[in-house]
Design a binder for this molecule. Sequence first.
Ligand code: ATP
Length: 241
Amino acid sequence: MSELLNIENLSVAYGAGAPAVNQVSFTVGKGAVVALLGANGAGKSSIMKAVSGLTPATGSAVFEGENISSLPARVRVARGIIYVPEGREIVGDLSVRENLILGGYQKTASERKKRMEMVLDLFPEIAEKVDRQAWRLSGGEQQMLAIGRGLVADPKLLLLDEPSLGLAPLLVRRVFDRLAMIRHESDLAIVLVEQNLAVTMRLCDELHFLRGGRIVGHRSAEELKDETARQEAIDAYLGAA
Ligand code: ATP
């Protein structure tokens, strides 16, 4: 698998205290799904914001061979790096269709139309409600809309921040199954931030465990199929800090 993103010694500091992200390095292959797992405050969202250019960071970020460290967020979007933030952040007063249009603001009208059709095929739940204001959707539908809005931008790399947050298990499964479908169809790479290992295992190839802004362990999804290995990883990396 060839390399899409290479992050080296990434650090994020918001103030004078300990850095939120401390010398983190990882790579994402083309079409790979890499998960970042850790408790609240481990630094996961800060890594996503740094990769998407939304927060200042030190270290290097190379995407498709190009050093993107100093590129503004909108240029990273044009390169195909799309962030779906935690908490969805859809525009409640706009319709489902208008939210999807926003996702494709850098695309031509015909590209955007094609991508929107693809998204509405993938998430028929929201296709039925394209003219409804987004705030009227259920939590699961809002998450589908947030991911759908990201997909309209035709990402090469989708940065997904806790897509399972606040969703019932059945809906989480549905959302993750759709993501699995699309990654296999389109060579899409995903960096997935989660707190829940079982959910993450449905989609990812590789997992990095974070604590206190550092990567403290790695496992492949293959290794974690073994129940004992999975429990050991939970105890070692996701237990009390
Ligand atoms: P969560 O799951 O709660 O979002 P996380 O692993 O994504 O946690 P971050 O949101 O990256 O963690 O936060 C890492 C640390 O940085 C925390 O101590 C947090 O309080 C701090 N932090 C995050 N954003 C800011 C900010 N804008 N200003 C100051 N401190 C921040």
